[in-house]
Design a protein around this ligand. Structure first.
Ligand code: GDP
Length: 593
């Protein structure tokens, strides 16, 4: 009971009339009547916002409090990007505000490309005569005299790839959601990618020109995924717009500047010059062309730039309008010529003192890269978890969860969340139905997470990427096995996985029937060794026919403990008699992985 004698209830940021009636245990008709007496004509499926619902509730004797949306715990992951560390070391007095760098994410066909075009156009129309912009992967516009930089490769694949390489280019994510379609799988994926990167999200509620646009429904859906609109008391700015009709674009730019103001987005233009590669390609006539985003310092023609193992003295620099520049300050995207090789998008670049210095560092990097390529990249595995927790290296287990159907995802999520303890927290970065794809691997790579799949497969591309990025994938078919595995890993009681390692093969050449003993295969060991105490497999036509133990191993009538390649022997298997000439008997041991 509250002080005024009303019963306390919690209501979400928005609720349908039907659900509100259920919550306060009355009939929807009563609610509609109260709404009507307050001048709101509604139907039973209509969403009402918290304030309206609270008034109705109050008239029915309830005091409503806003439900606190589930707390979103942001992961503490990965290394702080180098450019952030560089800026952190600059004297505060030297830091000045720079343009925020914005990236646009969202579900396919919700209007990312149209919005990027509309924004670019607004500015061109605003004054630049004949401003034909070139695609260099990023552009800058001005709003009320303040610059904003947009990365114009939409989609979270690019965003996460950049983060996985340590550059983390964007300060703000604009999430495009079509008002006629609402929150879709890639919308959720984008939200999780942005949250994992700890980048604030601003929603562009697009396509409001469409007859079937339903902004309230979308806001409700957004509140369910933790993005409560500021209109409803949350802290997510939602800007309704039509990218196609170029309406609401100014409001969006305004909102971006507003968010940027709260973030202390700054850099030192005269400090160390460092930044990220947005995109790069080889041009037949001009050599390697790269779009660089300056993140600190000022880049100048003539500077020696080092990116990964590429380097060179900058010969020329252009902005996104194709105009020549001599200098580019923080948050400016520029296309540059002069590198000796095409760098990778997302790599961090820096200006070094001389070409000689650059070459020395590039050579060192090349050598350590070759060395790293020779030793497979070590994945962060479940097996290592306990020691990482013990050493204080990690305080949480980050997971990307994929399952076959929504029905299995829910129990998995809730069981996993129950495993969190004071020592270690389970942080599910992303959970969705469907096979494990490259996006899942990129998210895991960027956040040092493990990918777990339930009754799903990993796509070929995803498996390949997991190998190169060092991401560990675990697949399960039984929920309790999955939970048990993770629980044991958290307690450091994880049974290491046993892997079968072949140590030798023998080919069956003849079969001998021995009464009371059964069939014995007359074999020749083709490679490795056959050990009396190891395990055996019978392979026929490449298929595994039987697995078991040796009952007898004889060489020249004598029992033997091992028989090496090139020698003949007789092998009997416990529980198997159906040898055929040509069968391959594989001898293997179980090794802890
Ligand atoms: P993307 O896949 O997110 O990049 O989406 P696109 O920008 O390619 O847009 C997908 C489709 O939606 C295109 O046919 C656009 O013309 C259309 N579209 C984009 N924005 C709007 C809008 O504000 N209103 C309407 N009616 N259609 C839009």
């Amino acid at each position: 009971m509250s002080e005024n004698g009303q019963k306390a209830i919690e209501l979400p940021a928005s609720i349908t009339v039907r659900d509100l009636a259920k919550t306060i245990n009355t009939s929807p008709i009563d609610i509609l009547k109260i709404l009507m007496s307050n001048g709101v004509i509604a139907n039973i499926n209509q969403l009402v916002d918290f304030d309206t619902a609270a008034i109705v509730a109050s008239e029915m004797g309830f005091e409503a409090k806003m439900e606190t949306p589930e707390e979103v715990v942001l992961p503490d992951v990965g290394e702080i990007p180098l450019w952030r560390r560089v800026i952190a070391e600059e004297a505060t007095a030297d830091l000045i505000a720079r343009a925020p760098v914005v990236t646009i994410l969202g579900h396919v066909d919700h209007g990312k490309t149209t919005l990027l075009d509309a924004i670019r156009h607004t500015d061109v129309a605003a004054g630049e005569a004949g401003g034909i912009t070139q695609h260099i992967g990023a552009y800058q516009v001005e709003h009320n005299g303040k610059p904003i930089t947009f990365l114009d490769t939409p989609g979270h694949a690019a965003f996460t790839a950049m983060r996985a390489r340590g550059a983390q280019g964007a300060d703000i994510v604009v999430l495009v959601v079509a008002a006629d379609d609402g929150v879709m799988p890639q919308t959720r994926e984008a939200i999780n990618h942005a949250k994992a990167a700890k980048v604030p999200i601003l929603v562009a509620l697009n396509k409001i020109d469409k007859a079937n646009a339903d902004p309230d429904r979308v806001k409700h859906q957004l509140s369910e995924v933790g993005l409560v609109s500021d209109e409803w008391g949350g802290d997510t700015i939602v800007v309704p717009l039509s990218a196609k009709q170029k309406k609401g674009i100014d409001d969006l730019l305004e909102a971006i500047l507003l968010v940027a103001e709260t973030m202390e987005i700054c850099a030192n233009p005269s400090g160390k010059t460092i930044g990220a590669v947005i995109e790069a390609e080889m041009d037949k006539a001009r050599g390697a062309i790269a779009t660089l985003l300056v993140q600190n310092g000022t880049l100048e023609v003539g500077d020696v730039v080092l990116v990964g193992t590429s380097l060179g003295r900058l010969k020329a620099m252009f902005d996104f309008r194709g105009r020549r520049l001599r200098k580019a300050g923080p948050a400016t995207p520029v296309s540059v010529m002069g590198l000796n090789d095409v760098p990778s998008a997302g790599d961090q670049f820096e200006v070094v003192a001389s070409e000689k210095d650059a070459r020395v560092i590039a050579t060192e990097r090349r050598q350590s890269k070759e060395k790293a390529a020779a030793t497979p990249k070590t994945a962060f595995t479940l097996e290592q978890l306990y020691s990482r927790v013990q050493s204080g290296e990690d305080k949480e287990l980050r997971l990307v969860v994929k399952a076959d159907v929504q029905g299995s995802l829910e129990p998995i999520m809730s069981s996993l969340k129950d495993l969190s303890s004071d020592d270690i927290r389970i942080n599910i970065l992303h959970a969705e139905t469907g096979n494990i794809g490259e996006n899942d691997i990129m998210l895991a790579a960027a956040s040092q997470a493990i990918v777990i799949g339930f009754s799903v497969q990993a796509d070929t591309g995803a498996r390949r990427l997991a190998e190169t990025e060092g991401v560990s994938i675990r697949l399960y078919d039984i929920i309790y096995r999955m939970i048990e595995d993770i629980e044991l890993a958290l307690k450091g009681m994880f049974e290491p996985e046993l892997r079968e390692t072949a140590i030798g093969h023998a080919e069956v050449r003849a079969i001998f029937k021995i009464s009371k003993v059964g069939n014995i295969a007359g074999c020749r060991v083709s490679d490795g060794e056959i050990h009396r105490n190891a395990h055996m497999k019978v392979l026929r036509g490449g298929q595994e026919l039987f697995k078991g133990e040796i009952s007898s191993l004889k060489r020249l009538q004598e029992s033997a403990n091992e028989v090496r390649a090139g020698f003949e022997c007789g092998i009997g298997l416990r529980g198997f008699n159906d040898f055929a000439v040509g069968d391959i008997l594989e001898c293997y041991v179980l090794q802890k992985v």
